[in-house]
Design a protein around this ligand. Structure first.
Ligand SMILES: Cc1ncc(COP(=O)(O)O)c(C=O)c1O
Length: 281
């Protein structure tokens, strides 16, 4: 059985509970981060812990745990589970509140380790369809636990044979997916939005790699540009780089994963191998 860390204790997954007066339940007030393991070790652990802290700060939660303590709890929870590869969710709830709305400065920490699902190979070889969804997150820089729009959007996507929905804001700008960032290749330049998004850790790795091989422009991207782009791909911890060959009813480029996307997929996988080698030195 899985072991979770819940508010100071390690418990079996079926015993993992938090009080109903927690602001996470009453108001959707809290933040989280998701990382994955590769070769059993958390990938980009430091970056995920830092982003968790940043998300908490952006919604006014002061974390009582140091980075070192958070890292220790994550590794301890990971080692109490025996999956080959895991997803690790670190959740910081708003904590209990007697009036159900005022934070008391006592957030709860949860660490949930689950088996990492394997994704369909065809996503990477044939590309995927995504849909657009009109919405924008209220504090986009924070990985808030409020995924109401995401849950609705993803259901719509799946109902339409798509694997992801990307948010388009009220001005027609494409922002990001429900759990991914979006990139497009237009006339040889890689373009990705820079505002109104979560600063993805995979996005950052891809931007660093891309800067070495082609022009990169971090700027607003409108829907028309996205659907007429030469190549499109999405990035995220739980999927790395996934080529997109259809947005709503528009086919992208040749309808097959593009050359630049494939080059970046290869470069990212090499960079991750390199990351592990450096960790083991
Ligand atoms: C809203 C949102 N944008 C972007 C991302 C991609 O970020 P990362 O590459 O760090 O997983 C995620 C995934 O966590 C997300 O939830």
């Amino acid at each position: 059985m899985q072991t979770y860390y819940v508010d100071g204790q390690f418990v079996g997954a079926s015993e993992a509970v938090i009080p109903v007066d927690d602001l996470a339940i009453m108001r959707g007030f809290g933040v989280f981060d998701l990382m994955r393991t590769l070769n059993g070790k958390p990938l980009f652990l430091r970056q995920h812990i830092q982003r968790l802290e940043d998300s908490a700060r952006r919604i006014g939660i002061r974390l009582p745990w140091t980075q070192k303590e958070l890292t220790g709890i994550v590794l301890d929870t990971l080692h109490r589970n025996a999956f080959k590869e895991s997803n690790i969710r670190i959740v910081v709830t708003g904590g209990s509140s007697p009036d159900f709305i005022t934070p008391q400065g006592k957030p709860r920490l949860l660490v949930l380790v689950t088996r990492a699902p394997s994704l369909p190979e065809a996503w990477y070889t044939d590309g995927v369809k995504i849909i657009t969804f009109f919405s924008e997150r209220s504090i986009p820089g924070a990985k808030s636990i409020d995924y109401v729009a995401a849950t609705i959007a993803l259901k719509q996507a799946r109902d339409q044979g798509a694997i992801e929905a990307v948010y388009v804001d009220h001005t027609g700008h494409v922002l990001e997916g429900t759990t991914s960032n979006i990139f497009s290749l237009i006339n040889g330049t890689l373009i990705t939005p820079g505002t109104g998004i979560l600063s993805g850790i995979t996005r950052k790795a891809v931007l660093d790699l891309a800067a070495k091989i082609l022009p990169v422009d971090i700027r607003d991207l409108n829907l028309g540009e996205l659907t007429s782009a030469n190549e499109v791909f999405i990035t995220g911890t739980n999927k790395m780089i996934v080529p997109v060959v259809q947005v709503d009813r528009s086919s992208i480029g040749s309808g097959r994963p593009g050359q630049t996307t494939q080059t970046l997929m290869q470069a990212l996988s090499e960079q991750i191998d390199d990351y592990y080698e450096k960790q083991n030195e």
